[in-house]
Design a protein around this ligand. Structure first.
Ligand code: 13P
Length: 254
């Protein structure tokens, strides 16, 4: 499953939307795409309980589904966890790995994230591997060092084919849910740094072909200028993905 660099707009619903609300929102987004050609791949990433209903609602649409998390073993005694096989059995294409809320609230580090990323790839899912610095790290000038560690510790050792089936999302923690968006210049320069890091590990061709999304307070009012940057291949959207009108305003930027 070798993927190509493309524009992706993904809505991460986090812990919002039960299965009824989720089916309704997914149906509204699918209806909003009807008869229009988005210049991007549209992905919905609902909570697990809403995933079957959402997959059902987007079945006849061009929208792809994704999960917010996975466990790295396929089955066994892991109460409360969900495996790659369970996620792909629903027809999902993507899974988030390393979202800042999993790193900073749940406490996941590079070791567990490496296992999750590899389990996703082994099971045929495309991991969206999230990286990003905290406000303190940005202010102390260590943002690029932190991101380099997050990239190096988890992605080093992947085969070229696996890296080509992986998507990166740069989400500065200080911009998530705060209304503070990285400027297109700030985001663009970190995307450039990430692409150089990928080039160092995997070679420039693979680095050039890897989609790198931006996430952090993306909304209809700022999507166009972010997406206009050559380095930014799409968006991972939280709050603005919870309403069909605002999410479609990002999919079809003015
Ligand atoms: P917001 O768009 O609400 O800032 O969330 C971003 C995010 O965390 C997407 O994964």
């Amino acid at each position: 499953m070798i993927e190509v660099r493309r524009t992706i707009i993904a809505g991460n619903w986090k812990i919002n939307m039960d299965h009824l609300e989720g089916a309704s929102l997914a149906g509204d987004i699918a209806a909003g795409l009807e008869g229009r050609e988005p210049a991007c791949e549209v992905v919905l990433i609902p909570p697990f309980t809403a995933l079957p209903a959402v997959m059902n609602a987007i079945e006849d649409s061009p929208i792809s589904g994704g999960a917010q998390n996975l466990w790295y073993e396929e089955n066994g005694a892991y109460t409360g966890e969900i495996s790659t096989g369970m996620i792909s059995a629903l027809g999902c294409r993507y899974v988030l790995v390393g979202h800042s809320e999993r790193r900073h609230v749940i406490g996941e580090g590079s070791d567990i994230l490496s296992r999750k990323l590899r389990a996703a790839l082994a099971g045929g899912l495309i991991p969206i591997y999230c990286v990003g610095e905290t406000l303190g790290e940005r202010e102390s000038g260590t943002a690029s060092k932190v991101v380099a560690e997050q990239i190096g510790e988890v992605l080093t050792g992947l085969s070229d084919a696996d890296m080509r089936s992986t998507v990166i999302a740069y989400e500065p923690v200080w911009a998530i849910g705060t209304g503070k968006t990285a400027t297109p210049d700030d985001a663009g320069s970190m995307h450039e740094i990430i692409r150089v890091l990928l080039g160092d590990i995997f070679g420039s061709r693979t680095a050039e072909d890897t989609p790198i999304l931006y996430g952090g307070s993306v909304k209809p009012g700022n999507a166009a200028e972010l997406l206009a940057r050559e380095e930014i291949d799409g968006a991972l959207v939280g709050g603005a993905s919870l309403e069909a009108g605002s999410f479609l305003g990002i999919v079809f930027p003015a």
